[in-house]
Design a protein around this ligand. Structure first.
Ligand SMILES: Cc1cc2nc3c(=O)[nH]c(=O)nc-3n(C[C@H](O)[C@H](O)[C@H](O)COP(=O)(O)OP(=O)(O)OC[C@H]3O[C@@H](n4cnc5c(N)ncnc54)[C@H](O)[C@@H]3O)c2cc1C
Length: 517
């Protein structure tokens, strides 16, 4: 019998990082990781945003590694097309950055990252049982240990563990056993993707003026989104000349004829700009999921188990929040484990567990408002010109800033965040409702595509002042004031396009928004 303080199920992004984090936070912990696959293979989840990047850099000291072995990311970039999907890339309206963002983020070759993390873990002395599937998990309670079998083709190990961290991804080991998984009925999306070699480099585009527009900066290094009504196509560079390309689409729009690699390629080729980028490219591998999002009833149990990463829940890949959730959940799982092992009293641990669980639930709920009923407007520059800056500025203000200060581990801050949650939810629902209405309204008035060509905006003007403040403490009243401003600009713009208000003397340059009628 192998006796452990903590067993980690799964050696993907969540499992390798969590094992590393626990080992670094509490050296001497009897920890082991169990991964059923023998090789790390292609996985989606390549683009990181600021919370996850801060987690990798600050918590794991991986900054040099990320710059040397992976790719720096040049922010998010969005392109808009004609209704006929035939615009050349340099004529498409575009929103994106002109310089590498102040707060770093990265494009990850996941297979390589996981292999490297496993090597780092081995070098640090963390036992990793690769090729061992976890079976017959019997979860203990307050007084009994958890037990399972780790099964490889050659042997079976009986394991008992004080804590189990479920990082099994869509294996959902604990969620299935405890029936924790919940459907997200209001958000039915599907995805298909592949890795490609030989994708044309958009930074070598012959249109000099188009390149000058971004100061000859690397569009290639951005997470590039080609936006359409009801779906978007991503181009994400991985290191060593490989590019990940995928489509995320409302389920009812992606008929059976597109399922499978051939259909996926046919679908991509129906869009001129993606087709031209892929003209000389070769697909290396292909993957797909039928339904992307799902929720979870509970992430952290009083009985000493946790679900982290996709073993728990998943929202949507637009904005790449997947690894942000891994960061926060891994922080919480580590903290609860370390406190229990240190003998902290049960009542205060329970207070924390409840606060942590509630925070993840609330963050999940808030994140879903960005997607539910929003896909129909994705293809309109007129509408996304308002939605994107609102959401990106809110992300910096409400998510990145507190994470960089570790506020999510502070009970007092969590209590305030919890008290504010209903108000923030209602503001987001109101605005996202307006955006959805705007999408439908523009379509009806024939203005959905009216500015999809020739426009260019850095677009994230509101983010820049916040970026300068990231990592420094500001009073909560300032955060609230920023949020009010971010929301009021978006509200004014949306109402103006909906023709419910006229431009007024108090409008600032940031409120400026127009339609080509
Ligand atoms: C289409 C799409 C695009 C995405 N894009 C992004 C993005 O750009 N950025 C981002 O941050 N996130 C993105 N995500 C989310 C991201 O992919 C996930 O957050 C991340 O891969 C989850 O990592 P994980 O470690 O939880 O799961 P995984 O990486 O799936 O790892 C789980 C591991 O557990 C192992 N396992 C399962 N069952 C068992 C068992 N019984 N015993 C032992 N081992 C087991 C599996 O073999 C696997 O290796 C995207 C997701 C989708 C669907």
């Amino acid at each position: 019998m192998l006796d452990l303080d903590v067993a980690v199920i799964g050696g993907g992004l969540a499992g390798t990082l969590l094992a590393r984090q626990i080992h670094r936070t509490r050296p001497g912990t009897r920890i082991a990781l169990f991964e059923r696959a023998t090789e790390t293979s292609y996985k989606v989840g390549e683009s990181t945003v600021e919370v996850a990047s801060d987690y990798l850099i600050r918590r794991h000291d991986l900054s040099t590694y990320l710059y040397e072995e992976q790719l720096p990311k040049n922010g998010l970039r969005f392109f808009f097309d004609t209704e006929e999907r035939n615009a050349p890339i340099d004529e498409m309206s575009e929103m994106g950055t002109e310089f590498l963002p102040k707060v770093p983020s990265f494009q990850l070759d996941r297979a390589r990252l996981e292999a490297d993390l496993r090597q780092m873990n081995t070098a640090a002395g963390i036992p990793q049982h690769i090729g061992y599937a976890v079976r017959d998990l019997v979860l203990g309670d307050a007084n009994t240990l958890h037990r399972f079998k780790a099964v490889s083709p050659d042997e079976t190990i009986d394991v008992s563990a004080r804590w189990v961290m479920d990082c099994s991804g869509r294996g959902n080991v604990i969620s299935k056993q405890k029936s924790l998984k919940l459907p997200t009925a209001a958000h039915q999306i599907t995805a298909a993707w592949g890795r490609f070699r030989g994708v044309a480099n958009m930074d070598a585009h012959p249109n000099h003026e188009w390149r000058r527009r971004v100061r000859f900066g690397p569009r290639y290094l951005s997470t590039n989104h080609f936006c359409y009504p009801g779906y978007w196509i991503w181009f994400i560079p991985l290191n060593r000349g490989v590019v990940s390309v995928g489509v995320v689409i409302e389920r009812e729009q992606y008929g059976d004829e597109y399922r499978g690699e051939e259909g996926f390629m046919r679908f991509l080729r129906e869009h001129r700009a993606p087709r031209e980028l892929l003209e000389s490219a070769e697909i290396m591998d292909y993957g797909a999921y039928k339904q992307l999002s799902y929720a979870n009833k509970s992430f952290f149990s009083a009985d000493r188990w946790a679900v982290v990463g996709e073993a728990g829940a998943f929202t949507d890949p637009f904005y790449s929040p997947g690894s942000d959730f891994i960061a926060m959940e891994a922080d919480y799982a580590t903290d609860l484990f370390v406190r229990e092992m240190a003998g902290e009293d049960a009542a205060s641990r329970e207070t924390r567990r409840v606060a942590y669980d509630r925070f993840i639930q609330e963050r999940f709920e808030l994140t879903m408002t960005l997607y539910e009923h929003q896909y129909p407007l994705f293809g309109s520059y007129n509408a996304m010109r308002i939605k994107l800056p609102f959401e990106l500025a809110s992300y910096y203000n409400l998510c990145v800033r507190p994470y960089m200060l570790d506020n999510h581990l502070n009970l007092e801050w969590l209590a305030k965040a919890n008290a504010k949650h209903p108000q923030i939810m209602s503001e987001f629902k109101e605005l996202e409702g307006l955006f959805a209405e705007l999408g439908a309204d523009l379509k009806q008035r024939g203005l959905y595509y009216s500015r999809n060509l020739g426009q260019y905006r850095v677009g994230f003007d509101q983010v820049v002042p916040f970026a300068l403040e990231m990592g420094s403490n500001v009073p909560e009243a300032t955060v609230d004031a920023h949020q009010e401003l971010i929301a009021s600009v978006a509200r004014k713009q949306a109402l103006r396009l909906l023709k419910r208000t006229a431009p007024d003397a108090t409008s600032s340059a940031a409120d400026e928004v127009q339609l080509a009628e």
